[in-house]
Design a protein around this ligand. Structure first.
Ligand SMILES: *[C@@H]1O[C@H](CO)[C@@H](O)[C@H](O)[C@H]1NC(C)=O
Ligand SMILES: *[C@@H]1O[C@H](CO)[C@@H](O)[C@H](O)[C@H]1NC(C)=O
Ligand SMILES: *[C@@H]1O[C@H](CO)[C@@H](O)[C@H](O)[C@H]1NC(C)=O
Ligand SMILES: *[C@@H]1O[C@H](CO)[C@@H](O)[C@H](O)[C@H]1NC(C)=O
Ligand SMILES: *[C@@H]1O[C@H](CO)[C@@H](O)[C@H](O)[C@H]1NC(C)=O
Ligand SMILES: *[C@@H]1O[C@H](CO)[C@@H](O)[C@H](O)[C@H]1NC(C)=O
Ligand SMILES: *[C@@H]1O[C@H](CO)[C@@H](O)[C@H](O)[C@H]1NC(C)=O
Length: 479
């Protein structure tokens, strides 16, 4: 009982071609049944492979890009499993307008597995008790994950906290930290997509609920060079030392692909690379049960650590290139300071004010008339319309041979190096990643975290070209 079989399904969603035009409940059901038919087949395949839990992606049943009113035919009112016990499969008449819940519940029951799926939830608001948070049309609409146990009982309902430009949905009036228990692996926590970048609910689940296993449904739009799906989701699992069951949508137009089953020890993943026929993909693998650890596992300090080690790093690296050789460039909408990796091996440093990144590198395969690389540092608020604070060190392949192309979107690389990337962060939450040619993520040889915020990632014997090596620090305390 120290391991179990987990499954995630990357679903090529069948979309409503006109999501902004309202449809009847009947039309919405006809549309959703097409996606549910595929879910049904995949649930049977997962069960054949002895999966105990199966996760489906965000927006996988209804699609996306609805308006507040055009989604109405797609919504059901999902009862709160913390207040009542309901098995939609065996008690279908208890509530009207719950066809999707019933079908998911029967799918879990028939296949004897835990099942998590995403759907829109309509909740009337108690106008008397919550007039200030209630939308003017008298109800909330939530982007919601539901979990069923292997009998079909609805065991959890989670409303997404961090919406990403979703005009059809409301932010829940209060933060929800939602978990469910299983007989095969204990507790799982629920998060959806953009949530993974924020303290609430993601880090709060780990800290305050002792969660070690996250169920993560997403419709992740890949954003190279730092936030590709498998790159960041794998990095989160490693950095937080937890298991992440990550199910992404498949949609070429919106750059959605990349799902995985990530544990602190292993990664099983899929990332569509070629523009072949768009198909879904079921991943099934055996993973270890992660027992509860002290609540301090992912770091107990939310306050900035002392900067003493910054000081000694600056001293130690006095022989590194002078700041004069660095240049600035935009990466992921932020202004990075970069230095080029233009020798056969080297010891480089680049800083953004007092935050400094160090790289020791040695090429094992490199044609400098073909590929250029740079080391970049950034500390501050991410310059997006949704802002959050980061400290990031990244080695990237530049898109061309000009320094001005460093930080751009790159999909391929041939150069290989052995390296040690390190920095001293003012946060305990640092997510490490190595992304290689053909969209593969690699486990670092060595990952070292020492007190004072120093993180070092060592890698040798890369089997493919390096696209990005990154230490992504989240400064939740400054958000
Ligand atoms: C959503 O719909 C609007 C209006 O039709 C369109 O401009 C936008 O590109 C769509 N966005 C996505 C993510 O499909
Ligand atoms: C379901 O709808 C029918 C027809 O409108 C109604 O008679 C019945 O009371 C409803 N059942 C529940 C549980 O609300
Ligand atoms: C990470 O998790 C594993 C498995 O629970 C545990 O053995 C290990 O001590 C943890 N590592 C850290 C640094 O907390
Ligand atoms: C590497 O770049 C630095 C400036 O960024 C320059 O001073 C140095 O001469 C370059 N070395 C080579 C071998 O091109
Ligand atoms: C920050 O975002 C704004 C708005 O998108 C953009 O105009 C500006 O160039 C960005 N800054 C950097 C450094 O990319
Ligand atoms: C390096 O790349 C250039 C340009 O593509 C090519 O002409 C040259 O033959 C390559 N050198 C080696 C050693 O592969
Ligand atoms: C790298 O590969 C070489 C040759 O296969 C091997 O001798 C060496 O031990 C490897 N190094 C590491 C750190 O795995």
């Amino acid at each position: 009982a120290d391991s179990y079989v987990a499954a995630v399904y990357e679903h090529r969603v069948i979309l409503n071609p006109n999501p902004r035009v309202p449809v009847s409940r009947r039309e919405a059901l006809i549309h959703m049944q097409k996606n549910l038919d595929i879910y049904e087949e995949q649930a049977a395949k997962a069960a054949q492979q002895k999966a105990k839990i199966l996760v489906f992606p965000e927006d996988g049943i209804h699609g996306f890009n609805f308006t507040r009113s055009s989604i109405s035919g797609y919504m059901e009112t999902i009862p709160d499993p913390q207040e009542e016990s309901w098995n939609p499969c065996t008690e279908p008449d208890k509530y009207n307008n719950t066809e999707v819940l019933q079908r998911l519940s029967c799918m879990a029951r028939r296949n004897n597995l835990y099942l998590v799926a995403n759907m829109p939830d309509l909740q009337p608001c108690p106008l008397k008790t919550a007039p200030s948070t209630c939308p003017t049309d008298g109800h909330w609409q939530f982007n919601t994950n539901v979990a069923f146990n292997s009998d079909g009982l609805l065991v959890a309902r989670y409303h997404k906290q961090n919406l990403y430009y979703e005009e059809s949905f409301d932010t829940p009036p209060k933060l929800e930290l939602i978990t469910f228990d299983t007989p095969f692996a204990g507790k799982f926590g629920l998060i959806i997509c953009f949530d993974i970048l924020f303290h609430d609910p993601t880090v709060a689940l780990l800290l305050f609920q002792g969660v070690r296993q996250l169920v993560f449904s997403t419709a992740w739009m890949n954003a190279l060079p730092l936030l590709d799906s498998i790159q960041f989701h794998r990095a989160f699992s490693l950095g937080a030392n937890v298991t992440v069951l990550s199910s992404n949508l498949r949609n070429e137009k919106h750059r959605m692909t990349g799902s995985g089953i990530y544990t602190p020890f292993s990664a099983t993943f899929y990332h569509a690379v070629n523009r072949g026929p768009e198909e879904g993909r079921l991943l099934v693998t055996k993973v270890p049960v992660l027992g509860p650890v002290g609540v301090n596992n992912v770091g107990d300090s939310m306050s900035p650590v002392a900067t003493e080690s910054d000081h000694c790093h600056r001293g130690r690296c006095a022989d590194s290139p002078s700041p004069g050789s660095s240049f600035t460039g935009t990466m992921a909408h932020d202004l990075y300071n970069f230095v080029l990796l233009n020798e056969t091996q080297g010891n480089l440093r680049v800083c953004d004010s007092t935050f400094c990144c160090h790289l020791q590198y040695k090429w094992t395969a490199h044609n400098k008339s073909k590929e250029l690389y740079a080391l970049g540092a950034f500390a501050g608020m991410h310059n997006g319309s949704i802002r959050y604070a980061v400290q990031v060190c990244a080695v990237v392949r530049c898109a061309g041979l000009e320094a001005s192309s460093c930080g751009q979107h790159v999909l391929e690389a041939e150069s290989k190096m052995d390296f040690l990337l390190e920095a001293t962060f003012q946060t305990d939450y640092v997510y490490p990643s190595v992304l290689m040619n053909c969209m593969e993520v690699k486990q670092p040889d060595k990952l070292e975290k020492t007190t004072g915020g120093r993180v070092a990632m060592k890698y040798s014997n890369l089997t493919g070209g390096l696209i990005t090596a990154c230490l992504y620090g989240r400064m939740y305390q400054l958000d």
